[in-house]
Design a protein around this ligand. Structure first.
Ligand SMILES: Cc1cc2nc3c(=O)[nH]c(=O)nc-3n(C[C@H](O)[C@H](O)[C@H](O)COP(=O)(O)OP(=O)(O)OC[C@H]3O[C@@H](n4cnc5c(N)ncnc54)[C@H](O)[C@@H]3O)c2cc1C
Length: 459
């Protein structure tokens, strides 16, 4: 395979991480992005979801730090907050309050800050392996350039063509790859859709001066199918909170001022409502409803063009409430590096298989949870999913009171371990030992530093 020029279509997180990896393998890398990149950590239309809470789990941050050493420091210097999880979080799970053990740490920051930090590092001298980077902003890929049955580049809205040895589609949920492949004579990929009909509404607030209630973040989860609303309040750079409210089963987070507060009041505990009620809003309320779990199974196609791959949300998008998309994009960037280092032929199809593998754990978690909502649109739920969910209920309850189970569960959510690890004998034994305990007894305020004594675990 010639390795002169690689083109990445889409300059959001999957595209930026892919470009970083490709620069170690190709002489030249070009990112084509429909938007113009802002100079700083500002919103841009191509990533509308960046106005909503984005949690970057541990594994995702580790991979990004490996790709861009010093990235964490950059984020902290720009005002990101380090929080202990669940130590600094009031976390209401479906099974009640989670004890505030010190298990892991997260950085919280706005999504535009992360993209800006990665873009800046990508363009900085010396970061890019041997390759050089070009960025074509304010342009758009409108199709693939064929060479026989393979891909030899992309055609642009401006009418030009860019020749490439490899084209990476990182255009997100709106990816046109099925249509582009059809023009080359390839079949459409099989697709899986699991749609919990969930909608976000988010707003920024100023953190009131001197505010110190003993927590840094709030995460109040739904308890499906009985309740469908989730709320998160997380610190961001600039002394702000982002408040994201979401509801499944068409109980969408509302963008109307009064309805937003009413929705917050309707969460399973009033603590979030009480925090934002008198806080100063710093932004309008923004909604977002394109949240279905959507997988395009490119790995299952028996024919595939050389010179073309798909990654990020374009291949597999998740209900964002579980905070997995960016970390799966990072895992796929690692997979891209590995596949390019191997000398085997058939690079493209091997990579698509690894992309599918990178997202498999996250897919199980997200769709398993979403199938708990009665309204979720999906193929009928298998008996095995019901059985697994019944066990996961017990894991969640045990994780609320047992630090080691909590650590195992967070490893799975953070994509550091596969979901199967929750079935290891060690976890099983602790889950069995702890389920009765957690069901009967929510942690007290003294243990949690959390909600006042007497507040019921499940409202
Ligand atoms: C409401 C919401 C909340 C989320 N919260 C989290 C979270 O907490 N944690 C987490 O890990 N993930 C979260 N995600 C998911 C996360 O946003 C994505 O997984 C992440 O942005 C990676 O997506 P991507 O780069 O594949 O695509 P996108 O981010 O969708 O970017 C696609 C890019 O391609 C460009 N583009 C599109 N078409 C073309 C074209 N034809 N030519 C050129 N450029 C093009 C667009 O302008 C855009 O820049 C959330 C998503 C949503 C919707």
């Amino acid at each position: 395979v010639n390795r002169d020029h690689a083109v990445v279509v889409g300059g959001s997180l999957a595209g930026l991480l892919a470009a970083r990896v490709l620069a170690d393998h190709f002489d030249r890398v070009t990112i084509v992005e429909r938007d113009r990149f802002p100079a700083d950590a500002a919103f841009r239309p191509g990533i509308p979801q960046s106005r909503h809470l984005h949690v970057l789990w541990t594994r995702g941050l580790e991979i990004m730090e490996d790709l861009f050493p010093g990235l964490e420091r950059t984020l902290l210097d720009a005002g990101a907050t380090e929080i202990g999880v669940p130590a600094d979080v009031l976390w209401l799970t479906a099974a009640g309050w989670r004890n505030r053990f010190e298990v892991t740490r997260l950085l919280t920051f706005s999504r535009p800050l992360l993209d800006c930090a990665v873009r800046t590092r990508l363009k900085a001298d010396g970061v890019l392996g041997s390759g050089s980077l070009d960025v074509l902003e304010d342009n758009e890929v409108v199709g693939l350039v064929p060479r026989g049955a393979d891909v030899a580049g992309v055609s642009l809205r401006s009418g030009e063509r860019l020749a490439a040895d490899l084209v990476v589609d990182a255009t997100g949920r709106g990816s046109r790859t099925p249509a582009w492949l059809a023009t080359l004579g390839y079949p459409a990929p099989p697709e899986t859709l699991v749609d919990p009909l969930l909608g976000y509404a988010s707003r920024y607030y100023a953190i009131p001066p001197g505010f110190d209630p003993g927590w840094k973040a709030l995460y109040l989860q739904a308890d499906p199918p009985a309740t469908r609303r989730t709320g998160g309040l997380f610190p961001q750079e600039g002394g702000r909170w982002i408040c994201s409210l979401s509801g499944a089963g068409r109980d969408y987070g509302p963008t109307d001022e009064d309805a937003f507060l009413e929705f917050a009041k309707g969460l399973r505990d009033p603590v979030l409502y009480e925090a934002i009620r008198d806080a100063e809003p710093l932004s309008p309320i923004t909604g977002f409803r394109r949240t279905a779990n959507h997988r395009r199974h490119y790995e299952r196609l028996s024919v595939w063009p050389r010179g073309f791959v798909v990654m990020g949300d374009a291949a597999c998008a998740f209900n964002p409430i579980y905070g997995q998309g960016m970390s799966v994009a990072a895992l796929s960037a690692l997979a891209l590096d590995r596949c390019l280092r191997e000398t085997h032929r058939d690079f493209e199809r091997r990579f698509q298989r690894r992309v599918a593998h990178s997202g498999a754990g996250a897919w199980l978690v997200a769709t398993g949870e979403d199938r708990r909502y009665r309204e979720t649109e999906a193929a009928p739920t298998r008996l095995s999913t019901h059985v697994i969910n019944a066990y996961v209920d017990r894991v969640v309850a045990a994780a609320n009171v047992d630090r080691r189970v909590c650590a195992s569960l967070l490893d799975v959510l953070a994509l550091s371990s596969a979901p199967a690890s929750l079935f290891s004998p060690a976890v099983l034994a602790r889950v069995t030992a702890n389920s009765a305990r957690s069901a009967a007894r929510p942690p007290s305020a003294r243990e949690t530093g959390g909600p006042p004594r007497g507040r019921p675990a499940r409202l």
